[in-house]
Design a protein around this ligand. Structure first.
Ligand code: ATP
Length: 593
């Protein structure tokens, strides 16, 4: 249950509301029990009184108090249920708001490499299903057992009117039965829920792959084949869902049978008590009816056990991976793309992402102050093995002097992006050191470091928003003149000005309404919105035509001259003006002239 502790702590903030909500639930259940029990008593009492009068025996019955009681219970049941629903759902919505905020904050603080490891379907699952399950923790998981226990105690007290020992016995029997049902559902729910969550995540992932890869699948004639895979995933998820539903149905029917059986036993005992004159007829009829009224509050217990199991599994999934990002104190580079696991088409696998993220050594005091002006960078004897075990960097050395611009070129796959990710603190090296401004990257508080770094990855990440919105990601306080200047630097100003809404034109989902070159230029424009001391550019001019590349390159060169910079590219033509150019080959750097 440890996984649930943070969420239980969250519930504490709503203690007052939760107690009131549970009281309303109990009032609803208690009214139901009172209604059934009192009605049974009243009907029997009036029947006996009528029979006595018909037989010529003088008998009277006070009808106003029980009649009023029945009406009161009927009204209180409806009113309490109404307010319980409104009040508790309002509480749940407030909890949902907090939960979403909390989970989103945690995800946004994930180490980018960790984030890249999570498939989009898994992320979607976390942000939707898992949160939904946790928001039901109180309403459908925790409060039903409490209300059920109180209802059993109430029924026990009613039975005690007829025979105190019977009240005690029924409390013990029903509590054991209810506890057993809850435990069984919780126990079997653990595995079933885990399986179902895995199937649902797989289904979402394959459905999303199907939609996003529709053009490729159609072009390669693999649509039907892939559709079959989605259908299979759907089938598996549905079968697992059915299994859970069946188990719950079994649980509910066993519990209901138990309650009915108890009611029959109580009826038999009550008749015996009546026969032996130990209780009156109306009370004898009231006793089994009170037990039957428990069907409602106890019937939800198997679902509550399952809900608890689901909430636990969701809490587990939400804390998996999230904890690393949070405890490392890592963050994202403000305003720039942070996904180092892509090759520009968003399809590169991230098989080594989990093990190669920057982690602060235990006990080290993180550096919390930012970078000095145009800081030096020093890479010493760095070796790095990635993916399936290929040695990407081998005893690599690199010294970047203050305000120097270094260009690194090399063939595809030689490790350029790995160097960039390493300097940005998003990839942990196997041996050697990476120091920025005299401090090891491992001891930096990345939240303090990132405002002074600009890291343009190979992949162009744009957000579903306007030009202005995408630029403001880099600098929230930027005014329009600053944005136009940045757009002019990348020769995008004329295009933006020609659109209907200028800066406020929507760029489409992930910038889909822009060409690849325009999207790249917008990402480059973000650079000019900030004033970083260290700049890492991974193939900045990719996708730009020769003329635009030349103009942007000239502007970039001026801008870089006041900062320390590492620029990566396939060949000399893909770099702006640099102070030194190095060639990366076989994991090591050599001077290139
Ligand atoms: N996310 C990853 N997970 C596992 N291995 C990776 C990952 N990214 C890259 N690699 C491996 O690391 C090696 C270096 O990749 P890297 O992206 O650094 O090269 P690159 O020089 O930037 O290539 P390109 O110019 O094509 O972008 C590659 O051989 C690749 O197999």
């Amino acid at each position: 249950m440890d996984e649930l502790k943070p969420y239980l702590r969250m519930l504490k903030h709503y203690r007052g509301r939760l107690i009131l909500g549970a009281v309303l639930m109990f009032v609803t259940s208690a009214s139901g029990i009172g209604l059934l029990a009192l009605s049974g008593w009243f009907i029997t009492a009036t029947a006996i009184t009528g029979a006595l009068i018909a037989a010529g025996v003088a008998a009277t019955l006070e009808i106003y108090i029980p009649g009023g009681g029945i009406r009161t219970f009927a009204v209180s049941r409806t009113v309490a249920r109404y307010f319980e629903r409104i009040f508790n759902h309002d509480t749940v919505l407030q909890l949902l708001r907090d939960l979403r905020g909390r989970v989103f904050t945690q995800l946004s603080r994930l180490n980018p490499a960790e984030m890249a490891r999570l498939r989009s379907g898994e992320l979607l699952n976390r942000l939707t299903t898992d949160i939904d399950r946790l928001d039901g923790l109180y309403l459908r998981g925790l409060s039903p057992p409490v209300v059920a226990l109180l209802a059993i105690l109430l029924v026990g007290a009613l039975l005690a009117i007829g025979a105190p020992w019977l009240g005690g016995l029924v409390i013990v029997v029903l509590t054991t039965m209810a506890g057993g049902a809850l435990w069984m559902a919780w126990h079997t729910g653990q595995q079933l829920t885990r399986d179902l969550a895995a199937s649902s995540a797989a289904l979402r992932a394959s459905a999303m792959d199907h939609v996003t890869g529709l053009s490729e699948l159609t072009a390669f004639g693999s649509l039907e084949h892939h559709r079959q895979a989605v259908m299979q995933a759907d089938d598996q998820a549905r079968r697992r869902d059915e299994r859970i539903a069946k188990r719950m149905a079994y649980g509910e029917s066993i519990l209901n049978s138990g309650i009915h059986l108890t009611a029959v036993l109580v009826l038999l005992i009550a008749l015996h008590l009546f026969q032996t004159g130990q209780t009156s007829g109306p009370v004898a009829v009231m006793m089994p009816l009170a037990v039957l009224a428990l069907l409602e509050p106890l019937g939800v217990l198997p679902a509550a056990g399952l809900q608890l199991a689901r909430a636990r599994a969701s809490a587990q999934r939400l804390s998996n991976g999230v904890s690393n990002g949070v405890s490392n104190g890592t963050g994202t580079i403000d305003g720039l793309s942070t996904n180092n696991g892509s090759n520009g088409t968003g399809t590169k696998q991230t098989s080594d992402a989990s093990s190669k993220t920057t982690v602060q050594p235990a006990g080290a005091h993180p550096r919390t102050e930012g970078l000095s002006h145009a800081p030096p960078v020093s890479i010493n004897a760095v070796s790095l093995v990635r993916g399936a075990g290929a040695r990407v960097l081998d005893n690599l050395h690199l010294d970047v002097s203050p305000a120097e611009t270094i260009g690194i070129i090399g063939v595809s796959g030689c490790g350029k992006s790995s160097i960039a990710a390493m300097i940005a603190g998003q990839l942990k090296v196997d041996s050697g050191t990476v120091e920025i401004d005299g401090t090891s990257i491992e001891t930096f508080d990345l939240d303090a470091l990132y405002p002074d770094i600009a890291y343009l990855t190979q992949q162009t990440d744009l957000f579903s928003g306007s030009f202005a919105g995408n630029l403001r990601i880099a600098n929230q306080h930027a005014d329009e003149s600053m944005m136009w200047a940045a757009l002019q630097s990348v020769q995008l100003d004329e295009f933006v000005a020609s659109t209907d809404q200028g800066l406020h034109t929507w760029v489409g989902e992930s910038g889909m309404e822009l060409s690849a070159g325009q999207a790249r230029r917008l990402a480059l424009a973000r650079l000019f919105m900030r004033n970083p001391q260290l700049v890492i550019l991974d193939e900045p001019l990719t996708g730009l035509d020769e003329q635009t590349a030349e103009a942007v390159s000239a502007r970039l060169s001026d801008w870089l001259s006041a900062r320390s910079a590492i620029v990566l590219g396939h060949g000399p033509e893909s770099l702006p003006r640099v102070d030194r150019r190095l060639l990366l080959r076989a994991g090591a750097l050599s001077e290139e002239n």
